[in-house]
Design a protein around this ligand. Structure first.
Ligand SMILES: C[S@@+](CC[C@H](N)C(=O)[O-])C[C@H]1O[C@@H](n2cnc3c(N)ncnc32)[C@H](O)[C@@H]1O
Length: 290
């Protein structure tokens, strides 16, 4: 256990609430490993995430597909990776502009793909990230749900996300699923990995709070927000939005990491087996024409 893991969740919560209000740029916190959207600026990680979802949906290089990653986080490496796997176009939709802009990072990603024997672009021929993105038909949009609304109906073949759906604001979750359903092609497929743990101590401390407090702007802006939508409820929302859901991986704790009697009453009544699920992977196919 490292030092960070030993800090009690209450201290982490208070520290994050305070630090989130200090007016410094995201890169500063990322550098100190205090706030981060994940390791997407590491080629091997970004490649592993793409490959996991791509292999699962059964597409191939010849399919000339349009791809969309929801919540790419700290890099736009997925545009280069999807290009290497034959994507004709790739949308990268996030809720803010968090991706590294330094082309040296993209050069490392391209070298990684070359070592794997995959086709890539010569990053040294581009002066800007925009130029590189254009060359691999990548589009980076940073307004979350509003950005999805600008994408044409039935135009995307493959949608994936990794540790993102739990961060979508609760009130936007069902509308976002409806947008994903609108833009996915009739034979298209989505693959998502969802982490249901809190982002304080990787337990369920987030379930201690009332809806009103947790969903307040104050908490949402503290860098610890997850929407707390539980497994069955999330599957139900996928269904309501017009998807058939197939769970392909489910991880559960043997015992609950946070005592049920500490939860807010909204969560206390849920079955223990449901609360024990801390991560799952789901493949979504459109269930019926809209
Ligand atoms: C924990 S990070 C995961 C990043 C990356 N997928 C990875 O595996 O490292 C969550 C990401 O979801 C994004 N996100 C949160 N709400 C979103 C929304 N409504 N639309 C799109 N992206 C969103 C965040 O900005 C962030 O980039």
């Amino acid at each position: 256990m490292n030092l960070k893991d030993r800090i009690p969740w209450q201290i982490k919560l208070i520290a994050k609430i305070i630090l989130a209000r200090v007016p410094v740029k995201y890169n500063f916190w990322k550098h100190l490993s205090l706030f981060s959207h994940g390791p997407m600026n590491h080629p091997e990680y970004a490649y592993g995430v793409f490959k996991k979802h791509f292999d699962r949906v059964g597409l191939s290089r010849k399919d000339n597909f349009v791809a969309l990653e929801l919540g790419p986080g700290d890099s736009l490496f997925s545009a280069l990776i999807a290009y290497a796997f034959g994507a004709a176009e790739t949308y990268l939709v996030d809720a803010g502009s968090f991706a590294v802009r330094d082309l040296r990072a993209y050069r490392l990603m391209a070298e990684f793909l070359t070592e794997k024997g995959l086709p890539t672009l010569d990053v040294s021929t581009f002066d800007t990230l925009e130029g590189l993105l254009e060359a691999c038909s990548g589009h980076y949009f940073t307004s979350g749900l509003s950005s999805l609304k600008a994408i044409p109906d039935s135009s995307v073949d493959f949608i994936w996300s990794n540790a993102v759906l739990e961060h979508v604001r609760k009130r936007e979750f069902a509308p976002m699923m409806c947008e994903l359903r609108r833009i996915i092609a009739e034979n298209g497929v989505c693959s998502h990995t969802i982490d249901l743990r809190d982002h304080l101590g990787y337990a369920l401390n987030n379930l201690r709070f009332s809806h009103a407090l947790w969903e307040s702007e104050f908490m949402v802006r503290s860098g610890i927000y997850t929407n707390r939508i539980r497994y069955s409820e999330m599957l139900n929302i996928f269904k309501q939005a017009g998807f058939d859901a197939q769970v392909v991986n489910k991880q559960s704790w043997d015992t609950l990491p946070t005592p049920v009697n500490k939860f807010n009453k909204e969560f206390r009544r849920l079955p223990e087996e449901e609360l024990k699920i801390w991560e799952f992977d789901v493949v979504l196919n459109p269930s019926a024409p809209l």
